[in-house]
Ligand binder design. Structure first.
Ligand code: IMP
Length: 486
């Protein structure tokens, strides 16, 4: 006979926090949101600690290099999506690791042999008007010139005109050499009244551009998540099929943490993947997703460094409708966090838990942290921001951004590259392709959400996330009390 769980499967919206004593020390500026990413023994620090408890979902519509850079600059971590060919994922990781504030790797590059029509097309695609002209058209080719909107008249000039005939050639360019400081680069920009300054290496290869428009936007990022060499931290998603090729390529690119990405992680495939990575490399690997203590124990025993919780709670998810598997996110989280604490009691090893999916309101973040999550994985939340990789569209006067599930037909199409041109037959989809309201820059939104989290923590008398889960008092609410007062 099937096993029936006694508990009802519950979600965040069914709970509220009851305030505890707020002492005078409990003010938002005193609250720390630092949290461990990776398992560690009692008394030892986690090898990687996040400065804010947010990671971005392993999704095409969320975790590209721009979002990864901005999130790390604000204290969190992105897991670059794995549903793409190995080399392009590794390239995205490289892009994050190469990031230096104010130094931009050029994303618009052409060769002198290409034409004005190519310039116009590229500007339309990227929205960037400065184009590096290199010998091979790559961001790090030998610099031969640059093209900006001052070099041509898109409406009047012949579209077939060769770039070599109208670019500003290298001989007339003012440039900086690799190793130059940002303040020195800015000084040259101002002195020569330039909009952009190419930075080249000893072989005259293009390394970066420094833009005048960025000068004022270098806001301070006290929470920046970087390694000992000041490079930003970045994670990447992997799967249980091509990990023997993917993991070495990601490590070579400089990735700091991996996470096996699956809607159902309680499997021998995840066990095998974990064992293989652990036997061959010294890199943290998270595993999941699971929704109960049994799944937690299985993946921890297989070597996982953190465990991701959640099946069916994602905003674009139709796994529950399609397959009838899953569990309310709050119930799953409470069960797994209990297992984490028992494991800690037994072994002295603390395995962080990530709550993945289902965060709709900012107060759900505080609830998930109070229920024991060490950090949260967010998809829809980040998809709304400027830095997510998807298009921003105008629908009836308001802006939206595209957001699609990794189990949607759109995301799964990538496998055609993997299978050498053959498209894998899609039996059924587990995710939808939709839109989310556009919300502006990541930094402003994350600051606003975390202000609420800090403030609620003060209501609960907690100055850090450990105190929050020790002190939190959580109550179930009836449907009518939710609408109490109108
Ligand atoms: P959200 O923050 O509620 O949008 O949920 C994001 C999470 O949904 C991801 O981190 C994944 O765990 C999950 N997810 C992503 N794509 C799909 C899908 O196509 N079907 C089901 N779940 C998905």
């Amino acid at each position: 006979m099937a096993v029936y769980l006694e508990d009802v499967s519950r979600t965040f919206g069914e709970y509220l926090l009851i305030p505890g004593l707020t002492t005078k020390a409990c003010i938002p500026t005193n609250v720390s949101l630092k949290t461990p990413l990776v398992k560690h023994a009692v008394g030892e620090p986690s090898p990687i600690r996040l400065n804010i408890p947010f990671v971005s979902a392993i999704m095409q519509a969320v975790s590209g290099p721009e979002l990864a850079i901005e999130l790390a600059r604000n204290g969190g971590l992105s897991f670059i999506f794995g549903s793409q060919p190995i080399e392009s994922q590794a390239e995205m990781v490289r892009k994050v690791k190469k990031f230096k504030a104010g130094f931009v790797v050029s994303d618009s590059n052409l060769t002198p042999e290409q034409t004005l029509a190519d310039v116009v097309n590229l500007v339309r695609q990227t929205g960037h008007s400065t184009i590096g002209i290199t010998d091979d058209g790559t961001p790090n080719g030998r610099l031969l010139g640059i093209v900006t909107s001052r070099d041509y008249r898109a409406e009047k000039d012949d579209p077939a005109m060769k770039i070599g005939t109208f670019m500003t050639p290298f001989s007339k360019l003012i440039y900086g050499r690799s190793g130059i400081s940002l303040s020195e680069a800015n000084r040259i920009l101002w002195e020569h009244k330039l909009n952009s300054l190419p930075i080249i290496d000893a072989d005259d290869r293009l390394a970066y551009f420094v833009f005048r428009k960025d000068y004022d936007s270098h806001r301070k990022n006290p929470d920046e998540l970087s390694d000992a060499t000041k490079k930003l931290l970045v994670g990447a998603g992997i799967n249980t099929r091509d990990y023997k090729e993917r993991v070495p390529a990601l490590i070579e690119a400089g990735v700091d943490a991996l996470c096996i990405d699956s809607s159902d992680g309680y499997s021998e495939w995840q066990q095998e993947t974990l064992e293989w990575v652990k036997a061959n490399y010294n890199i943290p690997v998270g595993a999941g997703n699971i929704v109960d203590s049994e799944g937690f124990r299985y993946l921890v025993d297989a070597g996982a460094d953190f465990i991701k919780v959640g099946i069916g709670g994602g905003s674009i998810c139709i796994t529950r409708e399609q397959k009838g598997i899953g569990r309310g996110q709050a119930s799953a989280l409470i069960d797994v966090c209990r297992a984490r604490d028992e494991y800690f009691e037994e072994t002295g090893v603390y395995v962080p838990v990530c709550s993945d999916g289902g965060i709709v309101y900012d107060y759900h973040m505080t609830l998930a942290l109070a229920m024991g999550a060490d950090f949260l994985m967010l998809g829809r939340y980040f998809a709304r921001f400027d830095e997510s990789p998807t298009r921003r569209l105008n629908t009836n006067g308001s802006y939206v951004k595209e957001y699609w599930g990794e189990g949607s037909a759109r995301a799964r199409n990538w496998t055609r590259y993997d299978l050498g041109g053959e498209k894998k037959a899609l039996s059924f989809v587990e995710g939808v392709d939709s839109y989310v309201p556009y919300a502006g820059p990541l930094k402003d939104n994350v600051e606003s959400s975390l202000t609420k989290v800090r403030s609620t923590m003060c209501n609960c008398g907690a100055l850090d996330l450990v105190q929050l889960r020790e002190k939190a008092r959580i109550t179930l609410v009836s449907a009518t009390s939710l609408v109490e007062g109108g």
